[in-house]
Write a protein that binds this ligand. Structure first.
Ligand SMILES: O=P(O)(O)OC[C@H]1O[C@H](O)[C@H](O)[C@@H](O)[C@@H]1O
Length: 446
């Protein structure tokens, strides 16, 4: 089960100035929430411009294809994923949480040379598979990394290099698709109707995660459960309720939204969420074209670790944050704390279990924030497995989509990233960007 404990956003717990009367707010906002949900479900049904991410969890064939691909390549000891943003963050988050480490996954999501050279020096090309992933098929960082790894493979393996590359890209767009066709490379398609930051359950995530030994069917089953909750009436609709709480606090002067899972294994889920939230909701224009410049700022944290790094700010700093905890109800395994002679001052820990301490710290931190009138709520997962992680990821996608509707922005584009790309092409001397290069030079950017 995935449940949400909203106690620490209620007036009863954090006072009328910082708390919500959630029942009243849900009643008052039922019409806009119902409109948001209907708009999104209608987009799901719209054959011309469907929201592909809603249908993705129904597609179990792709998961089976990814597993077949893994089974057909038992020689793989290392998978190098070349991708960035939505083409890497989802797989990184799920791999960190559930990967079995039998096959090593390496993510090249930046172009700093030293780590790339270090990775190249550590790999055996004979047992390495390179999965280059790009929805647009043109992202400079991913393409640059592919140029390096493509030559590295051919230098080591000759014509055999082809067997060591899998391409995941748009069915038609970009440079990778024709290149894969020309060389007969294994290629997977990213559905054109699924945006990059919503694509973790497409081949973008499923192919690397098949090699990571993750239960792909479980991920999809959990995501289908999230879809089910998003089809419920508002009073039982968890994605609508968390979206409403996010919206209300954003509108009430809390522009920062923290995601803090109490789990080292889930430490990269906030990284994935930051892109989902920031790129979907950080927009200059509303859907009606007015200049709004909206968007809650997502902040990543992990418990208990960031109790010792960020909670000071959360508890005593500005009243500008909503903190969302994710807590597991039970561990998959545990560890008893031994009594140690000479350390009797620690006897409150003797014989206890690590998960008991983790849970106590999560509850203590949430309550300490509430006592300081800092709103926070806790998403509770029964345990950390593929089903519950798939549920959480799809829940957060729904939450973000509903929040986009409430904010009146298009949550499914990212126009703000284009100018930086154009400038990069100009600075790199790309043909067709000469005038822009001159403009940059005149502005002192060379
Ligand atoms: O998958 P790609 O087309 O290579 O894009 C990778 C990323 O870069 C783009 O600039 C967008 O900001 C992201 O939404 C996207 O996930």
């Amino acid at each position: 089960m995935l449940t949400v404990d909203f106690a620490n956003v209620t007036e009863a717990r954090i006072g009328p100035d910082q708390g919500l009367d959630l029942e009243r707010e849900l009643r008052a906002h039922t019409p806009p929430l119902e409109q948001a949900l209907e708009a999104l479900w209608a987009r799901h049904r719209d054959p011309d411009m469907p929201l592909g991410w809603i249908a993705v969890p129904e597609d179990t064939e792709t998961a089976r294809a990814a597993l077949r691909y893994r089974e057909a390549n038992p020689w793989v000891t290392d998978v190098v994923v070349l991708g960035i943003g939505g083409s890497a963050l989802g797989a990184q988050a799920v791999h960190a949480a559930l990967g079995d480490r039998r096959v090593a996954l390496h993510f090249v999501d930046n172009v700093e040379p030293e780590p790339v050279l270090h990775l190249l020096g550590s790999l055996n090309p004979r047992t390495t598979l390179v999965n280059v992933i790009s929805k647009s098929g043109t992202t400079a960082e991913t393409m640059a990394a592919f140029l390096v790894f493509r030559k590295w493979l051919e230098d080591a393996l000759g014509a055999e290099w082809r067997r060591h590359v899998a391409v995941t890209t748009d069915p038609k767009k970009g440079v990778l698709r024709p290149y894969a066709a020309r060389h007969g490379l294994t290629a997977f398609s990213i559905p054109p109707t699924v945006g990059g930051r919503f694509s973790v359950l497409t081949p973008v995530g499923l192919v690397p995660l098949a090699f990571a030994g993750v239960d792909l069917e479980g991920l999809l089953a959990g995501a289908r459960k999230a879809n089910e909750t998003a089809a419920a009436p508002v009073a039982e609709n968890l994605p609508a309720q968390t979206a409403l709480v996010q919206y209300l606090y954003y509108r009430r002067g809390k522009p920062i939204s923290v995601l803090m899972p109490y789990s080292t294994r889930m430490r990269l889920v906030p990284d994935w969420f930051v892109q989902l939230h920031a790129e979907s909701l950080g927009k200059a224009e509303s859907k009606t074209g007015s200049r709004v410049h909206v968007g809650p700022t997502p902040l990543k944290a992990v418990g208990t670790t960031d109790q010792h790094a960020q909670v000071q700010l959360y508890r005593e700093g500005p009243f500008d944050k909503l903190v969302v905890f994710v807590r597991l109800e039970r561990p998959t395994t545990d560890l008893e704390l031994p009594a140690v002679e000479g350390l009797e001052a620690l006897d409150y820990l003797f014989g206890k279990r690590l998960f008991e301490l983790l849970t106590a710290e999560a509850k203590a931190t949430a309550h300490a924030l509430a006592k300081a009138r800092r709103p926070n709520y806790t998403i509770q997962l029964e345990q950390l497995d593929a089903y519950h992680l798939g549920w959480l990821l799809q829940h957060l996608m729904w939450q973000t989509a509903i929040l986009g509707e409430l904010l009146g922005v298009n949550a499914f584009d990212q126009p703000g990233v284009e100018l930086g790309k154009q400038y990069t092409y100009a600075l790199m001397g790309r043909a067709g960007f000469e005038a822009l290069a001159e403009e940059l030079k005149a502005e002192g950017v060379v």
